[in-house]
Design a protein around this ligand. Structure first.
Ligand code: URA
Ligand code: SF4
Ligand code: URA
Length: 185
């Protein structure tokens, strides 16, 4: 069960991010979500509250989801790493490798049909370390188990560069279309 897994992860010390975290940010949302969104890792506000995407990037993500017709409660939101990297640096490959097995267990329990990768950290750790978000965004990938995967820009990247809003909007339309297609299956 997802709640049991969450409890287990609260005590995790599998990587050095455990030393300076305040809270493990397990992830949250609908345990039966058809769509999971995966970011990079908790920031300061997430580390404080123990919830994913509740800071500035999270507020933008909420607006993006709402504009595409999704309720935040109907999807599930998680990250590549569950503990905040100091100073919001990108998690190292070793930290990501230590944490991703938790994410895989979580995904197995939720069993989504669609996974949205938010930004290059999610793309590189879940698909291909060499992959470029600018080249890969907006195109569907399919996992071995048939999950449809869409990489798009991270909301924090949109805050830095409003020029990324239009491509993310395009990507969200494709995601919405696919989501509607599987709604009745
Ligand atoms: N950025 C992320 O990648 N994840 C969060 O949970 C918050 C900000
Ligand atoms: Fe464990 Fe992940 Fe936190 Fe590292 S980031 S301590 S692997 S929960
Ligand atoms: N760099 C990132 O980290 N994320 C993006 O979405 C784009 C560039």
């Amino acid at each position: 069960m997802l709640a049991e897994l969450a409890k287990e992860v609260q005590n995790c010390t599998k990587c050095n991010l455990a030393e300076r975290r305040h809270t493990v940010v397990f992830g949250e949302g609908n345990p039966q979500a058809r769509m999971v969104l995966i970011g990079e890792g908790p920031g300061e506000e997430e580390d404080r509250q123990g919830r994913p995407f509740v800071g500035a990037a999270g507020q933008l993500l909420d607006r993006i989801l709402a504009a595409a017709g999704f309720k935040r409660e109907e999807v599930y939101i998680a990250n590549v790493v569950k503990c905040r990297p100091p100073g919001n640096r990108v998690p190292t490959r070793a930290e990501a490798a230590a944490c991703i097995p938790w994410l895989f267990e979580q995904l197995k329990l939720i069993s989504p049909r669609i996974i949205v990768l938010l930004g290059s950290t999610a793309l590189q750790n879940l698909v291909d370390p060499q992959a470029r978000i600018t080249a890969m965004r907006g195109q569907w990938l399919v996992s071995k188990s048939g999950i449809k995967i869409m990489p798009t820009y991270h909301p924090a990247a949109l805050l830095r560069d409003p020029g990324k809003k239009a491509p993310v909007w395009e990507d969200m339309q494709k995601i919405r279309d696919e989501y509607m297609k599987i709604a009745d299956e």
